[in-house]
Design a binder for this molecule. Sequence first.
Ligand SMILES: [Zn+2]
Length: 532
Amino acid sequence: MTAETTVYRAERVWTLDAERPRAEALAVRDGRVLAVGTLAEARAAAGPEAREVDLGRATVVPGLVDAHAHIHGLGKSLTTVRLEKAPSVEDVLQRLAKAPASSFQGDWLLGKGWDQNEWPGAAFPGRNDLDAPFPTTPVFLMRVDHHAAWVNGEALRRAGITRDTVDPPGGRILKDANGEPTGVLVDNAMDVVEAAIPAPTREQLETRLRAALERCAQVGLTGVHDAGMDLQAFRTLQAWDAAGTLPLRVYAMAAGQGEQRHAYLEQGPWQGRHLSMRSVKFLADGALGSRGAALHDDYSDEPGQRGLLLLSPEELEARAQAFMARGFQVCIHAIGDRANTLVVDVLLRGAERTGTQALRHRVEHAQILRLEDIRRLGAAGLVASVQPTHATSDMPWAQTRLGPERLKGAYAWRTLKDAGAHLALGSDFPIENPDVLAGLYAARTRQDAKGWPEGGWYPEERLRAAEALEGFTVGPAWASFEEARRGRLKPGLDADFVALSEDPMEGPASALVDARVLATVVAGAEVFRADG
Ligand SMILES: [Zn+2]
């Protein structure tokens, strides 16, 4: 790193530092903040040789961090067939017909992002839709929530799935009235087919990771918490980090669900320059859209169905305690209220038994909770890693699935915060768009981009502007043990910041819908700068 000093001047700088909340300039040297203050103060600290960058009317805020996302998944969705917002099965087929070469892994055609809730009738699709256009090419299409897949007959054949195949634990192979697999696989049943898909080539993986990190820098992210990284991706990022070519900070959670967990457990917590690996991610249940979220009582729109636990409670607890004892922070995905009860139990009991209360264990999503579980989670000071855009994506149909009573503890950010939970906000990309400004907007409004519903969906759970910004800065810093290094802008902290076209603190929330990211700076290095 050079000893060059740079002074950044902007319309305003929000520091999130109580001693000096607002400034107009920042001096940066050796990747750290040297001074924050008036332009004259920053220049005085920087000295006469300093380079100056005038950001004009921009608002500068501390580096934005997505506390729950999937980098490889984003790279995959940027390079395979994108089915988001497809309005019908016919539209999906048209998109598949135009699939680029990068959409194939081996000879398998991959796509993701379909959502039957967007289609007339909202019924699940099936293999029949795919078998005519793709009689011999295996097709694997991930649902928008990553908790169900739609495949064709050739994919079922290669995976060895027939009418006689029984559901694996934590998974469902949907079958028609005649007992034949329909081509929709829920949760762990997807693994059976995924195991038959050849691994990506090294080149394919690198292309995907680069595409994803570039996209993150463009949307103003200086860091990402990766919620379940596979070993191949981790080794690649490790090599980039050693070579100094990893542009953003990546706080990786080891993939704790599959066999790779043994390798991570053996390795133990690991810290690089921009890359850390000191946490592990498990999944307790599925998602609400595919009725895989584990509920205490039946789904309101499917009597008899209560969702799935992906690991037995005993297995989840044993795995969590093994990682805790090895010094890992444990992060567990929990959507449904039954899963959340279990996860709070597992985290509290595990922390107690292993003496690791200081490891800031996390509930990922913390989406639908009984009020008593919110109180327990908050009283223990656990991290609630929540995704504002999940609420605004799910709000059109969540009440149909859950009924009004259960919604009282659903997507309940204000209630969680008031109970004492540490909020860390994220997007869960590629399930949602990585656009962090959309996350800030959703956190403040609980409305879609058009302003629906008026006043916001359960508006009492909205966050104030400063709380939303803290949720993407200070919150993730706490959740990754980095609050003494970043999350705010003050002398000595890392020079991670973002320049925005709009003011996310004092400007109206609606301005965030069309706001632009002008520059993204990580450790004093510009990793993105908008044209013009
Ligand atoms: Zn996720």
